[in-house]
Write a protein that binds this ligand. Structure first.
Ligand code: NI
Ligand code: MN
Length: 231
């Protein structure tokens, strides 16, 4: 059967998910990203999902949203922040799901922080989230920036996850060993590492993730920026 969903890794935590109905861009950080596999001025999308407000996720969202007319989907305060800058937005809350024209998006728990730098300093802006994306009979879990959490076991027991996108860079998020434990709990058909090797602080060997996940039979595919997977 012909594949209906493609997922292109654009570097760091940015992915472009294409379904027959829509192009969904997740956490666009392209400008200033040494691993970016696309230019912010050229990427096309209908939706932009934002896991949280840190610059390495929120980065190019506003400029892309304004140029393309894409709808920004994010937790409430982050959606309002994006809306105040001129983006079309759809606010949601952690645990909430919504049926869009391409499929369903549910916000999942992520243990991390979320903030922007304003004129008065750093301000917190909505709780960070991950995404469960269901379209064309497939389920993609994008964990966002997060620690290993027991919620992943709940997700793995309640959903058949075709693709899990997991941070492995350590320091700010799970490292390779914890991400391997996440794979054990999520039981995805395949897991793909993200949020590593973009900067020195998150430099890790993704093969350590591959090996650690393989100990419990987890399948990991290391995907270089620019490469597209099909589901
Ligand atoms: Ni972050
Ligand atoms: Mn980050």
């Amino acid at each position: 059967m012909a594949s209906k969903i493609s997922v292109q890794y654009l570097g760091h935590s940015c992915f472009l998910i294409s379904t027959p109905r829509a192009k969904i861009l997740v956490d666009p950080f392209l400008t200033g990203n040494p691993q970016a596999a696309a230019k912010a001025e050229e990427v096309q999308c209908d939706y932009i999902l934002l896991s949280h407000a840190h610059g390495d996720h929120y980065g190019d969202a506003i400029s892309i949203a304004k140029r393309t007319g894409a709808t920004v989907v994010a937790a409430y305060e982050l959606a309002l922040h994006a809306g105040a800058q001129g983006a079309k937005v759809h606010p949601m809350g952690c645990g909430g799901g919504k049926d869009f024209d391409f499929g369903r998006v549910q916000l999942t728990i992520a243990h991390h922080t979320s903030s922007v730098e304003g004129p008065g300093g750093v301000v917190s802006l909505a709780a960070p989230v991950g995404f469960l994306i269901q379209a064309e009979g497939k389920t993609i879990y994008f964990a966002g920036d997060t620690a290993l959490t027991m919620e992943m076991q709940l997700l793995g027991s309640r959903h058949t996850i075709d693709l899990a996108l997991l941070p492995i860079g350590d320091n700010f998020t799970m490292g390779p060993e914890d991400a391997a434990e996440a794979v054990r709990m999520l039981k995805p058909t395949v897991a793909v590492p993200m949020h590593y090797n973009t900067f020195d602080l998150i430099r890790v060997d993704p093969e350590n993730f591959v090996r650690a996940a393989a100990k419990h039979g987890g399948k990991v595919q290391v995907v270089p920026p620019g490469v597209t997977l099909t589901l």
